[in-house]
Design a protein around this ligand. Structure first.
Ligand SMILES: [Zn+2]
Length: 188
């Protein structure tokens, strides 16, 4: 397989999206871009867009064309300054550089590409989880902190269906659909 350039974005049969990003810059241009980058189980797909979001060009880089070293794909993070980073993908036909506003986004791309190609799980650094575990040991107020970060509560709750009165359960603040009448209820 080789790089494939088309004018529109279509997935192939048996192709599944694993990760996608918007506002990606490309190559040696400025650090702002309006392009999309998609990882599937078959390829890294770069969707070049104009300022108005119209697709200009779609380039497919098959995962099988990524160079390997010591069993790892050569798709690496290149920290360009304190915050921003580029995702450098070494392919049999050259290097492609995709620039992200935050280095943490590139970490996720490196991990996901590695997992997709090698089939082995890559451990993620999760600063929120560290902070939550720390808060747990200090104060025990895990759920309030989770809420502050927009992470779902794990506290169990129950309520009666507002329409038919059936007993419903789930995690706190979760919206459950009553299996009997289809009404949406928020667990409190
Ligand atoms: Zn109901």
């Amino acid at each position: 397989m080789a790089k494939e350039i088309t004018s529109e974005f279509n997935l192939k049969p048996e192709e599944a999206v694993i990760l996608s990003a918007e506002k990606v810059a490309y190559g040696n241009g400025p650090f702002n871009g309006n392009n999309d980058l998609i990882l599937t189980n078959q390829a890294i797909i770069f969707i070049k867009k104009d300022l108005f979001g119209k697709v200009k060009e779609v380039t497919r880089h098959p995962l099988s064309d990524i160079c390997m070293s010591a069993g790892k794909p050569q798709a690496v993070k290149n920290q360009t300054d304190a915050v921003s980073a580029s995702f450098d993908v070494y392919l049999t036909y050259g290097v492609e550089k995709f620039k992200f506003t935050f280095g943490s986004e590139v970490d996720e791309w490196v991990a996901s590409v590695t997992e997709t190609i090698t089939g082995e799980k890559v451990q993620r650094k999760n600063e929120f989880e560290d902070l939550i575990n720390f808060a747990d040991t200090v104060s025990g107020s895990v759920n309030s902190l989770r809420k502050a970060f927009g992470i779902k509560s794990t506290e169990q709750g129950a309520c009666k269906c507002s329409s038919c009165g059936a007993s419903l359960s789930g995690t706190e603040d979760e919206v459950v659909i009553c299996p009997f009448c289809g009404t949406h209820n928020k667990i409190g």
